[in-house]
Design a protein around this ligand. Structure first.
Ligand SMILES: Nc1ncnc2c1ncn2[C@@H]1O[C@H](COP(=O)(O)OP(=O)(O)OP(=O)(O)O)[C@@H](O)[C@H]1O
Ligand SMILES: [Mg+2]
Length: 254
């Protein structure tokens, strides 16, 4: 199954991506985490992995990817980066980090001021995810940047489900409605994950969320998660809520 995590900035996308990847990998099948966030550098640390070199490098770097797209003008969509289907075993070794059944690919980061827009990364990410052919039991978890630009880039097009992180804020609730609307237009199932909740915020959130039956996990504010996040350390927390979420997703999506 291919899962996209989305939500507002700081809602816990990368944290849940790491928690879920580690939990699902314990089942014995590999889990690929695709880091499509160009700005943040925390996910590999949460996974306890080195940051692999930008996957755009496989195609000569961001500028070369951009050039290939521009050369196809005006038919930008016709550029194809993959001639053959790739499985998880085909990922080029120098562009991955790997540990305990979790593999990480980072599509591309912004390293310098003025290096141009992130469009090449978006297009490459969409095709990379769409091209991946999975064996039964394998999972792809796609961590995205804050907001909904990735919907515009079509990242969700090739996913089986959208996992929407909702923290206790008006912006998260509002965004959850927008995400529902967009996912529905693409015929993608949406699962809500309430994060950073306590006994005061959880009932309030449930009262205010539209389509509350989509809530598939409720993750409390956790001191260990907060500490690991603050220090940029690997997440070692084992949450029953995440194990249950993993089981539910496998049951629903295979
Ligand atoms: N349940 C939780 N309890 C305590 N702290 C949490 C919890 N979930 C996430 N955090 C902390 O909140 C911060 C933001 O989390 P995270 O980086 O996962 O969010 P994000 O949605 O990926 O953010 P961004 O949009 O910037 O990529 C981190 O410091 C993380 O450790
Ligand atoms: Mg993040």
């Amino acid at each position: 199954m291919k899962l996209v995590l989305c939500g507002k900035g700081g809602s816990g996308k990368s944290t849940v991506a790491a928690l879920l990847a580690k939990s699902l990998a314990e089942n014995g099948s590999p889990v690929l985490v695709v880091d499509t966030d160009e700005s943040n550098f925390g996910l590999h640390r949460q996974l306890g992995l080195d940051l692999p070199q930008d996957f755009t490098g496989y195609y000569g770097g961001k500028q070369a990817v951009m050039q290939r797209i521009m050369e196809a003008a005006p038919d930008y969509g016709s550029v194809s980066f993959f001639e053959e289907a790739w499985g998880l075993a085909d990922l080029p070794a120098s562009y991955i980090s790997e540990k305990d059944g979790v593999i990480l690919v980072a599509i591309g980061k912004i390293h310098e001021a003025g290096e141009g827009c992130a469009c090449p990364m978006g297009m490459l990410a969409r095709q990379f995810i769409g091209n991946l052919t999975l064996n039964p039991g394998e999972t792809v978890i796609i961590d995205t940047e804050a907001g909904i630009e990735h919907f515009g880039r079509g990242i969700e097009e090739n996913a089986d489900a959208v996992l929407m992180l909702i923290d206790p804020s008006f912006e998260s609730l509002r965004l959850s409605e927008k995400v529902l609307e967009m996912a529905r237009s693409m015929d993608k199932p949406v699962y809500f994950i309430l994060n950073k909740v306590d006994e005061t915020s959880e009932p309030l959130m449930r009262e205010n969320i539209k389509e509350g039956d989509r809530i598939a996990a409720v993750i409390p504010t956790d001191a260990d998660l907060m500490g690991a996040g603050l220090r940029g350390e690997e997440i070692a927390t084992d949450l029953s809520e995440i194990r249950l979420l993993g089981r539910r997703l496998i049951e629903d999506l295979g």
